[in-house]
Design a protein around this ligand. Structure first.
Ligand code: MN
Length: 231
């Protein structure tokens, strides 16, 4: 058997302190997952069920890259997020055992064409053109659970040209990582190589050519991207 055209190389992201890389299968993103205040323990009757959107695996970009300002937007946004890298898959994963499916964690930037996303929301259309475009998932080097454990508290922030724009805490996640894994796995079979972008704290805003944008999560490698001129 031969392929009739050359198959796409497996997209991948860096692993901190290693030449090895993590192969990316799919990218699931959680919409609106930070409250203004830390979540209280136990039930929160006001929280809406989480919802998800996706990005193509080959939208991944390594930290340190320069990417062109994307087409068809004049409101291009950053979103700092903690990245969850799935090492073992499953369906109907129980919340109690969910973290055993995680290979590691990283810091990412869910780049967004906010104007196209808003049009989609207003018109009841899919979010893809706002979220799932080329170079839209900047992912810093991943750290394995064996080195960083399971981060659930501490700073998540983002700077543009050194100025702090987002300054949150992982404890503000409305849906915890075990909950997100459990809920996702009820709708689709999670698989090794899947990445979860777990949501962004308040403070999202615009990027322009020349900007240097760095997302950070305490204990994990930073994720930096430079915005170049449009193609
Ligand atoms: Mn996001």
């Amino acid at each position: 058997m031969a392929f009739v055209i050359d198959p796409t190389p497996t997209p991948s992201v860096a692993v901190l302190g290693s030449e090895d890389r993590f192969p990316v299968r799919r990218i699931f993103c959680v919409g609106r997952n930070y409250a203004a205040h830390a979540r209280e323990m136990g039930k929160d009757p006001d929280r809406e069920p989480p919802f998800f959107f996706t990005k193509p695996a080959d939208a991944v970009v390594d930290s340190g890259s320069t990417i062109p300002y994307p087409p068809e937007t004049s409101n291009f946004h950053y979103e700092a997020e903690m990245i969850v890298a799935i090492g073992t898959g499953g369906r109907n994963i129980a919340e109690a055992g969910a973290l055993s499916h995680v290979w590691g964690y990283g810091t990412g930037n869910d780049l967004t064409r906010r104007d196209l996303q808003q049009v989609a929301k207003d018109m009841g259309r899919p979010w893809d053109w706002g979220k799932a475009f080329d170079n839209s998932a900047v992912i810093g080097p991943l750290s394995p659970v064996s080195q960083v454990g399971h981060p659930s508290s501490g700073s998540i922030k983002l700077t543009v040209n050194g100025e702090t724009k987002q300054d949150g805490d992982l404890t503000e996640l409305i849906w915890s990582i075990p909950e997100v894994i459990a809920i996702l796995s009820r709708s689709i079979a999670l698989a090794p190589g899947d990445l979860i972008m777990s949501g962004t704290p308040a403070g999202v805003g615009k990027l322009k050519p020349g900007d240097v944008c760095t997302a950070s999560v305490v204990g994990l490698a930073d994720c930096t991207v430079t915005i170049g001129e449009p193609l």
